[in-house]
Design a protein around this ligand. Structure first.
Ligand SMILES: Cc1cc2nc3c(=O)[nH]c(=O)nc-3n(C[C@H](O)[C@H](O)[C@H](O)COP(=O)(O)OP(=O)(O)OC[C@H]3O[C@@H](n4cnc5c(N)ncnc54)[C@H](O)[C@@H]3O)c2cc1C
Length: 401
């Protein structure tokens, strides 16, 4: 692994910092600070995307010809780190990280020309219609059916856990077009306008009382065949191509390091007996130290991935490894935050985590977000391919079991 940091990268970091200092509004920073999941308040996240787009930095990972920044792997990593440090609201990933790269790889010239600029400028808000009530890990068993009817498909069925379907005007979806063949061979990939008659969206309220996911129902929904990606019944190949970006695009260590630092600061302010604080408690310190070591190990694994990508190599099953480590450490850090807060973790003040609400927290500011963050991170080991499924991939590809 090459850990050498060229001098020009320091200059690049300074340029990014100066841009963030000048461009992020206090409301946007507040939205980043108050985010309790991978998503910040959508309107502010989209407003931030527009600013980044004007600078040409909304999708730095895309090829330059389609609007990417043309940066090296390490420049992209520096940019991601600085965004977290500056408390920028995270961008919504379904368009920029999933649909865009999929279109670049699999779309027709017309589809690319129409959709890619609209993803970059935020005109289209995408959601992902893969999972169904009977098809999650076993995605190929999906049943939502698209019947051929002239130049259209007519869709009936349902999708579930569709994140932000209530905000989206477009969905990329997998539908069944043939029931007579083996499951993977009868799936087609479609782009669906969410304003088409026959679509109903029911929000699902999470443990944290925030409705991020939805169930989407299709009742004779007509979708033009021109909205198909690839050939009919070849959607599984497109879906797998897209999943590579969904699973491979995450770097966890920088954000985990910052969150752990916040927990340490919080614990240092919590008195345990009037003379000692929680960071002086041997058992708590041991847990923090172990977590810190694990975050460091993850950071080096992520550096190995960056190094492999920078050298044009495929990091293989390393991304399954970082998905498991990253999400489980994320859960662990939110557990330490709850432990550090003690009874203050019970503060439930959802109105105080709405950006711009200006509501005074009843306890320490961190306590308003800690429980929602703890509850929301329970899902991180389920979505994007559950951790059990990732362990299965490692067993097969790395251990040869
Ligand atoms: C917060 C959140 C957001 C989501 N967003 C979206 C979205 O935007 N779009 C979308 O399409 N989907 C989304 N999903 C759905 C997500 O992809 C599925 O929940 C996930 O793939 C698991 O499927 P399932 O829920 O049907 O569980 P199941 O597949 O039924 O799994 C149940 C349990 O069995 C285990 N299991 C299943 N198969 C195996 C195996 N082969 N080996 C070992 N263990 C196994 C699983 O790990 C799990 O513990 C989201 C889910 C969550 C929780």
């Amino acid at each position: 692994m090459d850990l050498h940091v060229p001098a020009e990268e320091g200059t690049f970091r300074e340029e990014v910092r100066a841009f963030l200092a000048a461009s992020l509004t206090p409301e946007m920073r507040e939205a980043g600070r108050l985010a309790t999941s991978v998503f910040a308040e959508p309107a502010l996240a989209m407003a931030w995307q527009k600013i980044l787009h004007q600078r040409g930095w909304a999708a730095p990972h895309w090829p330059k010809e389609y609007g990417g920044a043309g940066w090296s792997v390490s420049q992209r990593a520096i940019f991601a780190e600085e965004l977290i440090r500056a408390e920028a609201p995270p961008l919504i990933p379904m368009g920029l990280l999933m649909c865009g790269p999929m279109l670049i790889g699999c779309g027709t010239p017309e589809q690319k020309a129409h959709y890619l600029p609209r993803i970059l400028n935020g005109e289209d808000f995408w959601c992902q219609g893969y999972s169904e009530p009977g098809a999650g890990s076993d995605l190929a068993s999906l049943q939502t059916f698209a019947a051929s009817d002239g130049d259209d498909y007519v869709i009936n069925g349902t999708k579930i856990w569709t994140t932000y379907a209530m905000h989206a005007n477009m969905m990329f979806a997998l539908v069944r077009t043939n029931r007579e063949v083996k499951p993977q061979a009868g799936i087609t990939f479609l782009l669906i306008d969410m304003n088409t008659p026959g679509i109903r969206i029911d929000p699902i309220v999470g443990l944290d009382e925030i409705p991020e996911q939805c169930q989407v129902f299709f009742d004779n929904v007509r979708v033009p065949k021109a909205n198909r990606i690839g050939a009919e019944n070849q959607g599984w190949t497109v879906a797998k191509y897209l999943l590579m970006f969904e699973r491979g695009g995450n770097e966890y260590a920088p954000a985990l390091g910052i969150q752990l630092e916040k927990v340490k600061q919080l614990a240092a302010r919590q008195s345990i007996d009037g003379t000692h604080n929680l960071m002086q408690d041997e058992i708590f310190r041991h847990k923090v130290a172990q977590t810190e070591i694990d975050v460091l190990a993850l950071k080096f694994t992520e550096n190995r991935i960056k190094s492999a990508l920078g050298a044009g190599k495929d990091p293989g099953a390393l991304s399954s490894m970082t998905k498991i480590l990253g999400t489980e450490l994320w859960q662990k850090i939110t557990e330490l935050a709850i432990e550090a807060l003690g009874t203050q973790a019970l503060i439930w003040q959802p109105e105080a985590i709405v950006p711009g609400a200006g509501i005074e927290p009843v306890g320490p500011e961190y306590a308003t977000t800690a429980m929602a963050r703890y509850l929301n991170t329970r899902a991180t080991s389920i979505y994007g391919g559950s951790n059990e499924v990732q362990r299965g991939i490692i067993a097969k590809l790395v251990l040869g079991l």
